[in-house]
Design a protein around this ligand. Structure first.
Ligand code: GLN
Length: 451
């Protein structure tokens, strides 16, 4: 049924870069066979899923939304892919994304934009716009995203779906193509809080193949999602997440959500996190710096595209020609920014300062979590903007992640879930919930209460 739905609507939505029809049917038949034989089934047996094209899939193309990996067939599965298969999930295909997960609109994909199912002329968020659009257009009930600065939560917000960035280290990064390794985190996307929890439990947990993977039990997210309740909970509202640049309808729905939390028995506490003002600036030094190092591996020798290899050019020239043709403008911008920020003489002034700001933001969170159990905010300052509107204005694009980036810098757990439509444009608004690291279950407890 989901393959038929994809066939019927994805020409318009363009959520998928690759539909693995045969592979999906094979997985589904394997589940049927197990069931018929009375063999034990995985916890999500037969449930279809859309996988962001940043996770390697053995024998199935993985492009990361980039021309530089066009035609590359990975020889191995990412840990997330492996765990999905072990849970008997049916992987329908790979979803569209901003190239190397750099963007907030999916317009930076080398394979064309994805439409927001609420209004196909608008962006579905990014970088994981394909996964969110697949959910919102009922092409898949579950999806996987990655969140470096908001790429799970902001698409969830603008498509009225649920997206969770687990605590950093909660989900293995092995086989997840690296953008900014100290920030990147894979996580679940779904249409309900409980669905997200069921998926979270399947993909999370320690992985010896990822040196930053947390070696601790997975927080009890499913139990929390089944027991939504905020009575007696202290909920922080951060002063710095508001003010200029926030759309009126977004503020209105957020304010109503806070009222709802109060009505349900939560104690609302106003807090201030002064360093959050510098989060965006710090992020746009740290993320490009790490990306400039990570993307050095795309040298035309190891994977994917190779341009100008006609026997007359040096390896260095082939690398340069390939990168010129294979990387899009945003990726080049980030590599240049990062290379500059890390260069000798500037390292302390830029990268060093950004790391200090990162520490201050982490301390702001630590201090806040002394007096509150969770923090809430709008996920993103505006509803979905029209495709093309911010495409030539990187600064305007970067603002979409104003509220999501602090949790990445500190490594906290965070969720976005729908909280109604903005009255002025009828488009979805997202409520963000942030919990301390390792307390991912609180997101689900609160999310299930207000969903
Ligand atoms: N929009 C942010 C960026 O462009 C975040 C992307 C992400 O989370 N992958 O870097």
């Amino acid at each position: 049924a989901h393959l038929a739905r994809i066939e019927a609507v994805d020409e318009k939505v363009h959520a998928f870069l690759h539909v693995d029809r045969e592979g999906a049917l094979e997985q589904a038949r394997a589940v049927d066979a197990k069931r018929a034989a009375g063999e034990p089934l995985g916890p999500l047996a037969g449930v279809p899923l859309a996988l962001k094209d940043i996770f390697t899939t053995e024998g199935v193309p993985t492009t990361v939304g980039s021309k530089i990996l066009e035609g590359w067939i990975p020889p191995y599965d990412a840990t997330v892919t492996k765990r999905l298969k072990a849970a008997d999930v049916v992987i329908l295909g790979k979803t569209n994304m901003d190239e190397f997960a750099m963007g907030s609109s999916t317009e930076n994909s080398a394979y064309g934009p994805t439409g927001n199912p609420w209004d196909l002329t608008r962006i579905p968020g990014g970088s994981g716009g394909g996964s969110a659009a697949a959910l919102a257009s009922y092409q898949a009930p579950l999806a996987i995203g990655t969140d470096t600065g908001g790429s799970i939560r902001q698409p969830a917000a603008v498509t009225a779906t649920v997206g969770v960035k687990p605590t950093y280290g909660g989900v293995s990064r092995y086989g997840m193509v690296a953008f900014s390794s100290s920030l990147d985190q894979g996580g679940p996307c779904a249409r309900t809080v409980l669905d997200a929890a069921l998926l979270h439990e399947v993909i999370a947990g320690h992985d010896p193949l990822d040196s930053t993977s947390i070696d601790a039990p997975v927080p009890p997210v499913v139990e929390a999602a089944r027991n939504g309740n905020v009575a007696g909970l202290r909920v922080g509202v951060v002063k710095e997440f508001g003010g200029e640049g926030y759309q009126a309808g977004v503020v209105q729905r957020f304010t109503e959500s806070v009222e709802l939390l109060r009505d349900l028995g939560a104690e609302i506490v106003e807090i201030s996190c002064p360093s959050f003002t510098y989060a965006l600036a710090a992020y746009y030094l740290i993320a490009p710096s790490e990306c400039s190092s990570n993307l050095a591996r795309f040298d035309a020798m190891r994977y994917g595209l190779r341009v100008g290899d006609d026997g007359t050019k040096s390896a260095e020239d082939v690398t340069a020609l390939t990168r010129d043709a294979g990387f899009g403008p945003e990726v080049k911008r980030r590599i240049m920014l990062g290379t500059y920020a890390l260069s000798s003489g500037y390292y302390d002034a830029y990268y060093g300062s950004a790391q200090k700001v990162r520490t201050l933001i982490t301390r702001d969170f630590e201090k806040a979590f002394e007096s509150v159990d969770v923090i809430v905010s709008p996920t993103t300052p505006t509803t979905a903007f029209p495709i093309g509107e911010r495409a030539d204005d990187p600064m305007a694009m970067y603002l979409a992640d104003l509220c999501t980036i602090p949790a990445n810098l500190a490594g906290n757990a965070a969720m976005s879930l729908p909280c109604g439509l903005a009255p002025e444009d009828g488009l979805p608004v997202g409520l963000q919930i942030i919990a301390p690291a390792l307390k991912d279950d609180r997101l689900y407890r609160v999310g299930a209460a207000v969903e």
